[in-house]
Design a protein around this ligand. Sequence first.
Ligand SMILES: [Cu+2]
Length: 278
Amino acid sequence: DRMLYITLAITLIVFVLTQIALFWFSYKYQEKEGQKAYYFPHNNKLELIWTVIPAITLTVLVGFGLYYWYEITGEAPEDAQVVEVTGKQFGWEFRYPGADGKLGKKYYREINPAKNNPLGQIWQDPANHDDIVASQEMHLVVNKPVRLVIYSKDVIHDVGLAHFRLKMDAVPGMPTTMWFTPKFTTREMKQKYGDDFTYEISCDQMCGAGHFSMRGTIIVESQAEFNVYMAKQKSQYSLAMAGEQTSPANVPGASGDSTQQKQTTPSTDSTGNRTAIR
Ligand SMILES: [Cu+2]
């Protein structure tokens, strides 16, 4: 926020001064009887001044921007929590590493929502066995750095975190990352701004007919509350294995990937209508 205010202040001052000068000069030197225009073709000193000063100012402003950019996209602190975020038409999926602290490998051809594998996790990889997958709602721990690893399953989306002043594109085939530390729990924010406050994750990149409905929520809570939430979740592996036993058809990849079906069924409500999207 501070950077935005400084940039606004500097540009506002320059804007006001130049506008005053513009109107003042056009008033002062308006057409008058007996006044002849002064021929003023070039002045090196002036050229130099109005090139160098803005150049330095803008370099400094951009420099700050770059500094913060490298900070949020750079190495996260050692103790950071990792959450994988996947955008799709139209919704968000989140994956948390289990007790091993490691996200298992995945491959796009394994994506098969019908078999409880929306992210294409490779079940042969033991690191996948305790990973937890959730959709639309992300849980974070207050005052603990979190590193988001961002994917997309179809087109370009964008993880927009307005309350955290962050956004990052979700690009198919190219994971992006950013890290930050939530400072206030959802409960603290509700006390401050009213009960209807929610941390929101919005899609900041126009991505299709259901773009407007790509709204997820973030719950920032204490470590204890987070642990309770995690303990209640079932690993995606166990859900997939349970599903496998009841469904006799087990032809890997035969049902194809989900992107083709999804595009034909735009949904109006991403939370209530998840089956229609898939
Ligand atoms: Cu989107």
